[in-house]
Design a protein around this ligand. Structure first.
Ligand code: NAD
Length: 495
């Protein structure tokens, strides 16, 4: 007599019900006899149905590890299908999810929250980026392929909670990895909702759950637990100085997308109207929350007054010196003690609309105003601090060399982003060499460096101190070389 699998399952189910055990479908299929699902960490298939949302780092890593093992058995075409689901949800549901992000974080601009999700869904590079390299010659053939690391631990910023997670997920899964994300606590809700939707769609189509895991109640402790977990092979952090330092000290292979304070130089040869439009496009985007956004502008004296007029023609609202002093008092605050004391943006104004900044100093501007600007000296905190709000200080400089030197000084050695508006090749070259930044933009808004109006590809994790640059699927792979000695190079003399 032939016994089918379903008959065996029925018998086992009957025995289990007599033992008062949970139904077979909800049993861990890991061979573990743990009575608690969540306690079982020997095989993440016990976490099927969680759709990637976990309170506990240990469980999230176990689930992501099991998902990695499943993904490793699948074809590249399946990886493309998985990424296709993430792209589709990011694009089709960008209005709903972008609105959710805006309502939760309360910083930035709704239209840009929506647009960021859409462009990351559409433009983050995928599996096609993983091209093999081949060396062939007298001694045979060597093929270099790009293999995954495994589980990657990610830390994401409040400035782009779900967008960063979406871009990381596409790049990392394209490379064959799975991920565990510790989002910023102020963007945890939308991060968890996005992850739940991505995993749901992937599971329904391909039967793999938990490819993307997220910590539902993220803390600094859960970030540390991810850094320390032996099952996490690599970490990728996107954030400010504290988390960048923590990642660099973690002892793990780290891809660090750290802070910036991008300066802009405008010299006497620049097209001033184009420069002004660019500064407003980049500096006002999402209320200046982008790490690459124009933060302070150094303009040569010869064209300074004309540049201020160009800014007004482009729609910026100019503040006078009394108004700038008042804004500095309310929007910049000091933290820390003794020689650790330093200026930071005040929470109430970070990422708020230009009209809110203006209202804070009793000034009324049209609600649709994108950017406030005004003349300051180089020591104003809006120059020195990564302010992330839509007021941009303009500093008058003797000449282009002076402007470039100040740009270098106030980028603070982050090596992140710098911008010049000029038609003088010597000035462009000098600035590029001195700044030594990961992104250097000439005659366009900052976003053009990410392929938005310029060439290149998109990512919202730009690895600066660790040097990977604009991250891509290749960033999250390791090279493996396969060598065949003396054969399969078909060029040369036949025997
Ligand atoms: P943030 O540094 O306050 O937080 C970023 C993330 O790090 C959050 O998830 C936070 O909870 C976590 N974190 C903070 N301190 C930590 C620590 N000591 N240990 C572990 N985790 C810690 O930054 P934010 O306000 O969320 O984002 C803005 C910052 O991120 C800016 O400095 C901006 O330049 C930077 N950023 C960089 C990039 C890039 O690609 N280079 C992209 C976006 C944002």
């Amino acid at each position: 007599m032939q016994i089918t699998e379903s008959q065996i399952r029925d018998v086992v189910q009957q025995v289990l019900s007599q033992l008062d055990a949970p139904p077979l479908d909800s049993q861990p299929n890991c061979g573990c006899h743990s009575s608690s699902h969540n306690a079982c960490a020997c095989n993440g298939s016990s976490y099927e149905g969680r759709r990637g949302v976990f309170e506990d780092v240990g469980q999230a890593v176990a689930a992501a590890t099991a998902a990695f093992e499943q993904l490793s058995q699948r074809t590249r075409e399946d990886r493309e299908r998985i990424i296709g689901h993430i792209r589709r949800i990011a694009v089709d549901q960008c209005v709903e999810l972008g609105t959710m992000e805006m309502e939760e974080t309360k910083i930035g601009r709704l239209e840009h929250k929506i647009e960021k999700l859409k462009i990351l869904g559409e433009r983050t590079p995928g599996v096609e980026f993983l091209r093999s390299e081949i060396f062939s010659g007298d001694h045979g053939l060597a093929v270099i392929e790009h293999a995954p690391f495994g589980v990657i631990g990610c830390i994401t910023p409040v400035t782009h909670s779900l967008p960063t997670l979406t871009g990381n997920a596409i790049s990392m899964i394209a490379g064959g990895n799975t991920l565990v994300v510790n989002p910023h606590p102020s963007g945890k809700g939308v991060a968890a909702e996005g992850v739940r939707r991505f995993n749901e769609a992937i599971y329904r189509d391909l039967g793999i759950d938990n490819l993307i895991c997220v910590i539902s109640e993220p803390t600094l402790e859960s970030a540390d637990a991810i850094f320390a977990h032996r099952g996490v092979r690599m970490i990728c952090v996107t954030g400010g100085p504290a988390v960048a330092r923590a990642a660099l000290n973690s002892g793990k292979r780290a891809v660090v997308a750290g802070p910036g304070n991008p300066p802009v130089v405008v010299d006497e040869t620049a097209d001033l109207d184009r420069a002004a439009q660019s500064i407003i496009q980049g500096g006002a985007y999402d209320n200046n929350l982008l790490c690459i956004a124009e933060k302070e502008v150094f303009v040569v004296d010869q064209v300074f007054d004309c540049m201020m007029q160009a800014m007004q023609r482009a729609g910026g609202v100019r503040l006078n010196s009394g108004e700038i002093d008042a804004l500095t008092r309310v929007a910049i605050t000091s933290v820390g003690e003794g020689d650790q004391r330093h200026d930071v943006p005040a929470k109430e104004y970070l990422g708020k609309d230009a009209s809110v900044l203006a209202a804070g100093i009793g000034k009324s501007v049209p609600e649709r105003t994108e950017l406030l600007f005004g003349e300051t000296d180089e020591h104003n905190p809006f120059v020195t601090v990564e302010q992330m709000m839509p007021f941009i200080p303009f500093v008058r400089c003797r000449d282009a060399d002076h402007a470039i030197d100040l740009a270098h000084k106030y980028e603070h050695g982050f090596g992140h982003t710098a911008i010049i508006h000029s038609n003088n090749v010597r000035n462009m070259t000098r600035m590029g060499r001195i700044m030594d930044t990961t992104l250097f933009v000439k005659n366009g808004p900052c976003v053009s460096a990410l392929g938005l109006g310029g060439e290149g590809y998109l990512s919202f994790s730009i690895a600066t101190p660790t040097g990977e640059g604009v991250t891509s699927p290749l960033t999250f792979t390791r090279e493996r070389r396969c060598s065949l000695i003396d054969d399969l190079c078909i060029l040369g003399k036949a025997d």
